[in-house]
Design a protein around this ligand. Structure first.
Ligand code: CA
Length: 134
């Protein structure tokens, strides 16, 4: 289907398993190991969605989410926040910054990938109902 997803995550095991299952699902995957790199990757080529860890080096996920959602050219990018914390205040903060979804670690990789594809497709039909895939 050719959707592109940026994985902003600094834990190698999570990166590897996400990369594996996403490629298998036909997604184009890029990796950013810290928050600054995530912004640079989006500037290079805008992805359909970003899986965004909250606890990232250099610039945390909240800050990256804020940058994405406050830029009109980027605000259609689906942002799925990932965190080990599972604290209600983190969830509220992420959603308040415009995150599209919020997943608490440990998560089912397969369910996460299904959710990413679903969000991208929902966004497409909202933006362009005439040519949306069924
Ligand atoms: Ca992390």
């Amino acid at each position: 289907m050719g959707y592109s997803v940026l994985v902003a995550e600094d834990e190698p095991n999570i990166v590897l398993s996400l990369q594996f299952i996403m490629k298998k699902a036909g997604l184009q995957v890029r990796i950013a190991e810290d928050g600054d790199q995530a912004i640079l990757e989006i500037e290079k080529d805008r992805p359909n969605a970003i899986l965004l860890d909250i606890m990232l080096p250099k610039r945390d996920g909240f800050s990256v989410c804020e940058v994405i959602k406050s830029n009109p050219e980027w605000s259609a990018i689906k942002v799925i926040m990932l965190t080990a914390k599972g604290r209600e205040e983190d969830k509220q903060r992420a959603l308040g910054l415009g995150a599209d979804d919020y997943i608490t670690k440990p998560f089912s990789t397969r369910e996460l990938v299904d959710r990413v594809i679903e969000l991208i497709q929902e966004g497409e039909s909202a933006n362009d109902p005439g040519t949306a895939p069924k």
